[in-house]
Design a protein around this ligand. Structure first.
Ligand SMILES: [Zn+2]
Length: 626
């Protein structure tokens, strides 16, 4: 379900506050100066000092709560420590709001024109979600400003001006889309900017740093990848990867028909001691991968699985943003009902651009579709009770919860969005008899003049209108059917329309997959860590019926100590064997013997060419600029 039009209209009014995202606010009496002292990064201790112009009387300040791109109220307020307010050198008492832990109240004394605020941010060494998780090591730091700022209530983020300064450990270098005003040694002043731009403009810094220009030939806008890593060696990028990234920049312009930034930075952090994910911004992305990812044979696969997605967000999610997510500041709750588009379209565009740029091979592209088709079908019986739309609506409450993924469903609007938008692409192709493509839709919806970073909010109806401008079709009915379905089957029509068949057979996949080993998932219905820990057990599957669930640990197979190969052997032999597979599991300190009644042998998901139809999938994902 999409939210009713009346509510959408109200939210669009709210969103209108954040339309003008560049330039400085006029209503502001003066900029807030903010100094972030990161010299104690190795101790995971980041100090903030702010000087806020203030009038005498009550003042309310917010710590950012709803974090753009994370779609939930997960600002890491628990890591804020040492909070102190002073005016004219005197300490002023503060109190936290009784109904909102992100809100702080102070009384500014008479005779005061500015308030000084000091606090420390403790960089976590474990736990947390996305940017709230590990972000600093002995050698580097990722600074997302929402973690290090308090801002006054009452004005939109676009109308509060900050003048930032950063102090880094000696000799550390940095990358950011922010404009450097002045640098003296390890102290850097940045040009004043709005709170909205500040939160949208992270910084990566470290002892080991490298910037590589990836501007395609003839492209007027500068693009670079800034890399910080835990070692010098990890910064080494092959010419093939550099070419892939340069082609990615070119292919994105071809797909979207416009850019909405004046400069773009891929901010890549390579460390085994930070959380691994990516977060989108208008003029950059904050992407984090293991330290040695550039050195291994799968560098293209790993980078292609992350950077094109985060880059595509500059158009989908940052420039075009659901009105429900374009909130005026970070205290107003976000509504996530259009994430099947914001994230779902991006999850379609990311792999598509990975393939078109050559970071992925055509086979990588198909493998990804194969894996998600299996995972979202047999691997996800939860789809029989929970429609796709609800996985988006409820993301801030449930979609990233661990365990029971098959029955709970996860953030399925990502991967299922890929299948949904692939189907859209094939419908456009068919309805226009090959005259129009998904690229035409992208030009219509994400194009327009480049005014630098800006937000153009949209509704469900805007998506439908844009699709209809390219190909006449009952898009609203189509989208509602896909979003509200409780069918046990994933939407594979797009794959079929594109000339390929999804099926299972007994041939193992040729190469490593993004979704890990699937040998047990589509047979006995178990997802296992290498040590035998059960991360998921498909509800209604053979192992589940035998009593095995998430959190248990398999320690024995048919009377022998558990080993992954032994289990694979048992599954392979199951076809000829009338006896069940016996698994010994540990649960809550007890051993339990479970008889898994399975006799179908190995099963792996595959895509196979359907020779009765043209191969549109290969044409769609082939390079478009060369
Ligand atoms: Zn995303």
């Amino acid at each position: 379900m999409h939210i009713p039009a009346s509510i959408s209209a109200k939210l669009l009014l709210l969103a209108a506050f954040s339309l003008a995202t560049t330039g400085l606010a006029s209503a502001q009496t003066g900029a807030i100066s903010i100094t972030l002292d990161a010299t104690q990064t190795p101790q995971k201790f980041i100090r903030t000092h702010e000087t806020i112009p203030a009038k005498p009387g009550p003042l309310t300040l917010y710590y950012p709560k709803w974090i753009p791109g994370e779609h939930g109220p997960d600002g890491p307020v628990a890591n804020v420590t040492g909070l102190k307010f002073t005016a004219n050198g005197n300490t002023i008492p503060w109190r936290r709001d009784l109904s909102d832990v992100f809100t702080f109240h102070v009384d500014v004394p008479s005779g005061t024109s500015q308030l000084d605020v000091d606090f420390d941010y403790l960089e976590p060494s474990g736990g947390g979600f996305a940017t709230s998780a590990m972000s600093a090591t002995d050698k580097l730091i990722v600074i997302e400003w929402n973690q290090n700022v308090l801002y006054p209530a009452g004005r939109p983020a676009t109308e509060i001006t900050f003048h930032p300064k950063l102090i880094l450990p000696e000799s550390w270098k940095f990358g950011t889309p922010q404009h450097v005003e002045h640098q003296s040694g390890n102290e850097i002043s940045f040009a004043p900017l709005s709170l909205e731009r500040l939160v949208d403009s992270p910084i990566i810094a470290g002892q080991y740093y490298r910037a590589i220009d990836i501007t395609p030939p003839g492209e007027p806008i500068h693009h670079e990848i800034d890399i910080v890593a835990d070692s010098e060696a990890a910064l080494n990028m092959t010419p093939a990867i550099q070419k892939g990234l340069t082609d990615l920049v070119a292919e994105a312009a071809r797909l979207f028909g416009a850019r909405h930034y004046h400069d773009y930075h891929f901010l890549l952090t390579l460390s085994d001691h930070v959380a691994h994910f990516g977060l989108e911004h208008n003029e950059c992305n904050d992407s984090r991968l293991p330290e040695r990812v550039l050195l291994g044979p799968n560098a293209g696969l790993a980078l292609g699985g992350l950077l094109p997605h985060e880059y595509a967000h500059s158009w989908s999610g940052k420039f075009r943003r659901p009105g429900d997510l374009a909130t005026p500041e970070y205290e107003t709750p976000m509504r996530d009902d259009l994430l099947w588009d914001y994230e779902g379209f991006t999850e379609f565009a990311g792999p598509l651009l990975a393939a078109r740029s050559g970071l992925w091979t055509p086979e990588d592209y198909r493998n990804n579709l194969t894996n998600i088709s299996g995972a979202l079908g047999v691997g996800r019986p939860g789809r029989t009770w929970r429609p796709l739309l609800d996985t988006a609506v409820a993301v801030s409450g449930s979609s990233f919860s661990p365990g029971w993924l098959n029955w709970r469903r996860g953030a399925d609007y990502y991967d299922e969005g890929d299948l949904l938008w692939l189907e859209v692409a094939t419908i456009i192709h068919e309805q226009t008899r090959g005259q129009k493509t998904i690229d035409d839709f992208c030009h219509a919806f994400y194009g327009g003049p480049n005014n630098g970073p800006e937000i153009k909010p949209y509704t469900f109806d805007d998506v439908v209108r844009a699709l209809n401008s390219i190909a006449a079709y009952d898009w609203a009915k189509f989208l509602h059917e896909r979003l509200d379905s409780t069918s046990p089957d994933p939407p594979l029509v797009g794959i079929a329309n594109a000339g390929w068949k999804f099926l299972f057979n007994d041939q193992p996949p040729k190469r490593e997959t993004r979704h890990g080993d699937v040998g047990e998932l589509y047979t006995i219905g178990l997802q296992l860590r290498p040590d035998g820990t059960v991360t998921d057990s498909i509800v209604g599957g053979p192992a589940f019926k035998a009593g095995i669930t998430s959190g248990m640990k398999v320690v024995g197979v048919n009377g022998r100590v558990y080993d992954h190969d032994l289990l694979a052997d048992a599954i392979a032999a199951s076809k000829e064997d009338s006896e069940p597979i016996n698994l010994l599991v540990v649960i809550d300190g007890y051993y339990k013997s479970c008889s898994v009644d399975y006799h179908a042998g190995p099963r792996y998901p595959h895509l196979q060419r359907d020779d009765s139809r043209p191969d549109y999938l290969t044409a769609l994902s082939a390079p478009h600029t060369r």
